[in-house]
Ligand binder design. Structure first.
Ligand code: URP
Ligand code: ZN
Ligand code: ZN
Length: 494
């Protein structure tokens, strides 16, 4: 009789801090044993010559997201989760929307039901664009109780941005409820002012997206978000840090003992202005916010991963195809300053939907550029792609770890495999990848999600609907520090 449902045999196991040779025995979707020469499994997978790492957690991606105008991003839960599994990601956190002027219940009804089509495990951050008393005192507490234990706010984009006083409301509510707050940090007014001037000067190319949003607007908003979070004593994560100026704000806050974490994305580690300045409107493929920076900035962002300022690398995957959305002045999507069309029919830079696809390429690009090129160790790779997301978002002990009792989410990596990234071979629904033609070394060859072989050699075996919702309960890691700057704790009063 078999001892296990599945045994992953003879691999090199990599965790957040260790590397060792072992078999992994799986029962009922969980890791039951780790050791040499384990007994038989009903099913066995040879991991000889492979690294066995925790399944990736992509704690920031936009899947089938519904905009304020009712437009739906093109990546469905079925396709986006297939892409995730193909790229070695077994869990992701995407976004429940709130439309300004509406309650949470009124915003994108049925979204959480559509997520049930996922093949990977999933959870939600709740976007807050309109923190009315009804939303903050009734709806958000009910949602947190159901396991949606993180909020997302934007300090820019119309019509999503919060004022500082609204942001303070969100921070104070989150502290009372024991929820995490994630923040998009850019200065809305400064960007709007520069967009106006650029358009008035006839500057409309995709590259001018970066001119409208220089590092300073990110640095200022990062500084402000941290200061307001300090005033409330509410832990925050700064999303998609693109540059040293913003990372330095986080490092300074951490040095002062504040609970502030930083996330970046592969686009800020590998792409640059050059990708925005391409023929045939190709620069639109690289329009995302914060904007891509000048080439030298990539290494400075890598350095902030190495020194621990940036804890997590997510995809910030967005479902905007080149043919349908990126070249369409009327397309629905993240943007600012109005839908201006140019004489050639293309959108002006500010009307190109912001965001790039990356849920499938996140881990292969990072492994190749990071581990294979010697910038980071396998352990660091595990920390920034799964273990730290689990800790920060209340999935510790269950995800992002190879320990007995954790979900058996495992990825077998061939560290020597050489591939070229080509959208034609990918599983995402989006018609391009910004990494087209990139040669990578290291590839996920088998993805196991809760003990089920979900992907083998690029073939997706997990069915739509086999993913499960990850409810996230209270956890100590994000407890407030207990200190406010001058001792007057306004958040405690209400
Ligand atoms: O350009 C980006 N990042 N689009 C997605 C929305 C966001 O800001 O996270
Ligand atoms: Zn954002
Ligand atoms: Zn995003």
């Amino acid at each position: 009789m078999a001892d296990f449902d599945l045994v992953v045999r003879g691999g090199t196991v990599g965790t957040a801090y260790e590397m060792f040779e072992a078999d992994i025995g799986v029962k009922d979707g969980k890791i039951e044993a780790i050791g040499r020469n384990l007994g038989a499994g009903k099913e066995e997978v040879s991991a000889k010559g492979r690294l066995v790492l925790p399944g990736g957690i992509d704690s920031h991606c936009h899947i089938e997201e519904v905009g304020q105008d009712g437009g739906v991003q093109e990546e469905s839960f079925a396709s986006g989760s297939a892409a995730a599994l193909a790229g070695g990601t077994t869990s992701f956190i995407c976004f429940l929307p709130q439309w300004k002027g509406h309650t949470l219940a009124e915003s994108a009804p049925g979204y959480a039901d559509r997520a049930r089509q996922s093949r990977a495990d999933y959870s939600f951050h709740q976007i807050i664009t309109d923190p009315t008393p009804e939303v903050m005192q009734k709806e958000v507490p009910a949602l947190v109780a159901k396991g949606v234990r993180s909020l997302k706010v934007f300090l820019t984009y119309d019509p999503l941005q919060l004022t500082d006083s609204q942001f303070l409301e969100v921070l104070a509510t989150a502290r009372r409820l024991g929820a995490m707050v994630t923040v998009h940090c850019e200065n809305f007014d400064a960007i709007g002012w520069r967009i106006k001037a650029l358009l008035a000067a006839g500057k409309t190319d995709p590259l001018q997206h970066a001119w409208a949003r220089p590092p300073l607007v990110e640095r200022e908003a990062t500084h402000r978000a941290i200061a307001l979070a300090e005033l409330v004593d509410q832990p925050i994560q700064v999303f998609h840090v693109s540059c040293e100026e913003a990372a330095a704000e986080i490092a300074r806050a951490r040095g002062r003992g504040l609970k502030v974490w930083g996330e970046t994305c592969p686009q800020y580690l590998t792409l640059s202005h050059e990708d925005l300045d391409q023929p045939d409107f190709g620069g639109a493929k690289a329009v995302c916010s914060p904007a891509l920076r000048e080439k030298g900035e990539n290494e400075r962002v890598w350095a902030r991963i190495k020194d621990g300022t940036l804890d997590i690398v997510t995809s910030d995957h967005c479902g905007f195809s080149f043919a349908t959305a990126k070249r369409n002045p009327g397309a629905s999507g993240y943007g600012q300053g109005g839908a201006t069309a140019r004489a050639d029919g293309m959108p002006a830079f500010n009307a190109i939907p912001n965001g790039v696809p990356g849920i499938e390429t996140r881990l292969p690009v990072l492994f190749s550029e990071g581990v294979s090129k010697g910038r980071i160790s396998v352990n660091e790779f595990v920390r920034i792609t799964s273990a730290n997301s689990a800790r920060l978002f209340g999935l510790g002990g269950r995800k992002g770890a190879i320990v007995p009792g954790a979900d058996a989410d495992l990825v077998l990596w061939d560290p020597d495999a050489e591939r070229t990234i080509e959208v034609a071979k990918m599983h995402q629904a989006i018609d391009y990848t910004p990494w087209e033609g990139l040669d990578v070394k290291g590839w996920p060859v088998v993805t196991i999600r809760r003990g089920e072989i979900a992907m083998r050699d690029g073939e997706i075996l997990a069915a739509p609907g086999s993913g499960t919702f990850l409810a996230r309960g209270p956890y100590d890691f994000i407890a407030p520090t207990g200190t406010v700057p001058d001792g007057f704790d306004a958040a405690a009063i209400g």
